[in-house]
Design a protein around this ligand. Structure first.
Ligand SMILES: [Zn+2]
Length: 327
């Protein structure tokens, strides 16, 4: 049969014959059981010579009533990001493991199961899945002592990272470790103090708890970066190697769908919301201008991306990294 003689009728006849053959030769199969298992929660990238591994602690839901802003505006921003239930907005928690070649540094540790829903607390499991062991971590840097960042340092009263020194800005330790401030805090805020104090205890006993006040480099290419407001000592970390950089920004934003376009909207977790807003607005201008890569604890996993001024001139868009395998 010449090609020109193929008509739709002959095609139909051929395909029907082929289909009947298939029915005859393919044996019936049982339905495949669903696997209900996600891939391991780690994602790796390079910043110059430094290997950075984003470690997923887990996902949860956040009530947008915790945000301080016009409820109608917040609802419309959430709807624009396909978040249909303002009381249950998707959020993730992650930490970042930096291998400088000579030091293994973990920045934020997830909740350790001490705070939040049971879907959190998986950071160590994902650290192991990524090829490392908790005892290999030399240094834990905390952006602040909230339970979803610092809770992962301890389990059953013991150190999860037995060979690591844990460091944070002195102002944060002074605040969250204070029994006097805790006693005056609202009941529902006491859990944050308890986690910080329970986590600090085994490291203090081992002489592995250290605060800093200056902003000098803590390890080669890793320097504190002032981001005040969210907590008394809230501090990011700038990772720099071979002309590339990454800012691990802690809790600059919790609900990206709302706070990227409207950085003036704060959240109940901010200790000083006026200062947190001022810091966020100034930082976002800078990061959008110099195009610095950001590691964001609560943006969708792996939380790595950049900011771009929005086309409509209102706030910023979050531009996530594209999944790449390393060479
Ligand atoms: Zn926080």
């Amino acid at each position: 049969m010449k090609l020109s003689t193929i008509t739709s009728r002959t095609l139909l006849a051929v395909s029907l014959a082929f289909a009947s053959t298939l029915v005859a030769v393919v044996p019936a199969q049982a339905a495949a059981p669903m696997q209900h298992k996600q891939v391991a929660g780690f994602y790796r990238t390079m910043i110059g010579d430094y290997e950075v591994t984003a470690l997923h602690d887990g996902g949860g839901l956040i009530d947008s009533n915790l945000l301080h802003g016009d409820p109608a505006l917040i609802q419309s921003l959430l709807a624009r990001s396909f978040e249909s239930d303002p009381k249950n907005v998707s959020a993730t928690v992650q930490g970042y493991l930096v291998n400088t070649g000579s030091k293994l540094v973990l920045i934020d540790t997830g909740s350790g199961g001490h705070w939040g829903p049971p879907t959190l607390g998986n950071l160590v499991q994902n650290l192991k899945a990524s090829g490392y062991k908790p005892e290999q971590v030399d240094l834990v840097l905390l952006t602040h002592l909230h339970g979803d960042h610092a809770g992962g340092i301890y389990k059953d009263g013991k150190r999860v990272f037995p060979n690591a020194t844990v460091m944070m800005k002195k102002a944060d330790a002074d605040f969250w470790l204070s029994k006097e401030i805790m006693a005056k805090a609202p009941e529902d805020a006491k859990v944050f103090f308890k986690i910080a104090q329970d986590g600090a205890a085994p490291y203090m006993a081992a002489g592995k708890w250290k605060t800093y006040e200056g902003m000098d480099e803590i390890a080669p290419g890793i320097a504190p970066y002032a981001i005040p407001g969210h907590t008394p000592g809230h501090t990011g970390y700038m990772i720099s190697s071979k002309g590339q950089s990454l800012l691990v920004w802690g809790d600059v934003a919790h609900v990206g769908a709302v706070q990227m376009p409207h950085p003036e909207i704060s959240i109940v977790f901010d200790s000083d919301s006026e200062s947190a807003v001022k810091t966020r607005e100034a930082l976002m201008v800078k990061l959008a201008t110099d195009k610095t890569m950001i590691a964001a604890a609560h943006m969708p996993f792996p939380g790595l991306g950049r900011l771009r001024e929005a086309d409509n001139g209102v706030g910023y868009d979050w531009v996530p990294v594209t999944f790449f395998n390393l060479k």
